[in-house]
Design a protein around this ligand. Structure first.
Ligand code: UDP
Length: 325
């Protein structure tokens, strides 16, 4: 298939582009390189352009005429979204509208959308959320993605030949085995990356944001998923839409979680470095526990995780981190 990939030079997008290449698909990456990198695009062609530029977007899509679109480009930092909500509604909500409009204009009818567990907000009862759970985001990042999901739902209802799969990512981490691509953020905010940068000596210490949550050890619980398993979920979604599958929404996670303290302990074990850790207050916008109910993606997309192991996730992230200057 010909696949148009927005944000394909970014962390998750570049792993999916690599997986698409390995499956023999043709790829065109559309990325403004605001957080992505040209060297991360290991397959296909890169067009450096912005989704806010509707004319360029429509022209590139019209020339390429893809069989499917994968849409990764987005702003993704929860606490930044609390401070700068308009940036999130523009980059995430409005730019996705531009993309959907351009797809309708050019007759491109299949979309795989990068959504997030943040659409759920605070899970009621069990920390394990199913796709049918109410959407109740507690930060603008989650709201911006939820709004996109609603637009996709309505668009697929209005146009028979527009179908989409929304993949709700839980906490994506790790890097590809060969260490060719991985996460590179100037101001990393994610736990595993910050822990490893602390181990490396790049950060003076790691802060644990909140130890008074209603969880087993008082710290937040998340479902950490290896980026290559997530990439395979995209390939499965592409095959599903290609086979005529109807519009659908899937959680992407392993179905069990780890606390911040457990992640810190694993990071110390794997790096062999007893780095400096301190405890501080809660970070705004953080739900206590989020774990993916994953029966649906396993049964409908026949997705089988290969790297369900926090140690492996941290090890591949550490191997990558050591390569960075
Ligand atoms: N966290 C932390 N210290 C850090 C970064 C993150 O204690 O330096 C916590 C954060 O409060 C959350 C969990 O680790 O409970 C995962 O945060 P991350 O930013 O990695 O992902 P999110 O769940 O926000 O998407």
């Amino acid at each position: 298939m010909k696949v148009f990939v927005t944000g394909g030079a970014g962390y998750i997008g570049s792993h999916v582009v690599k997986a698409l290449g390995e499956k023999g698909h043709d790829v065109l990456v559309y990325d403004n390189l605001s957080t992505g990198n040209e060297w991360a695009v290991l397959h296909g062609r890169l067009v450096v352009a912005d989704l806010a530029d509707k004319l360029t977007l429509a022209r590139v899509l019209d020339e390429y005429r893809p069989d499917a679109v994968m849409h990764f480009a987005a702003s993704i930092v929860v606490h930044e979204s609390v401070q700068s909500p308009v940036k999130y509604y523009l980059n995430n909500t409005a730019c996705t509208l531009n993309l959907i409009e351009a797809m309708l204009e050019t007759g491109t009818g299949r979309l795989i959308f990068s959504s997030t567990a943040a659409v759920y907000g605070i899970a009621e009862g069990s920390p394990i959320v199913q796709e049918s759970a109410p959407l109740n985001p507690i930060n603008p990042y989650g709201t911006s993605k939820m709004m996109n999901e609603l637009v996709l739902r309505d668009t697929s209802a209005a146009y028979n030949d527009f179908r989409y799969v929304s993949l709700r990512y839980f906490n994506v981490a790790g890097a590809n085995r060969e260490g060719r691509i991985g996460q590179v953020y100037k101001n990393a905010t994610h736990l595993i990356t910050r822990a490893l940068k602390t181990a490396k000596g790049e950060l003076g210490g790691l802060e644990i944001y909140g130890t008074d949550y209603p969880t087993s050890d008082g710290t937040c619980i998340r479902d950490y998923i290896h980026v290559e398993d997530l990439a395979n979920a995209h390939i499965a979604a592409l095959d599903y839409l290609g086979a005529g599958g109807e519009s659908n929404v899937f959680n992407c996670g392993y179905g069990h979680g780890s606390s911040v303290r457990e992640v810190v302990a694993q990071a110390k074990k794997i790096t062999g470095i007893d780095f400096n850790v301190s405890e501080c207050g809660r970070r705004e916008g953080d739900p206590p526990a989020l774990v993916a109910g994953n029966e649906k993606i396993k049964s409908v997309l026949r997705w089988t995780p290969l790297y369900d192991d926090l140690g492996y996730i941290i090890k591949t992230a550490w191997d990558w981190e050591k390569k960075l200057a």
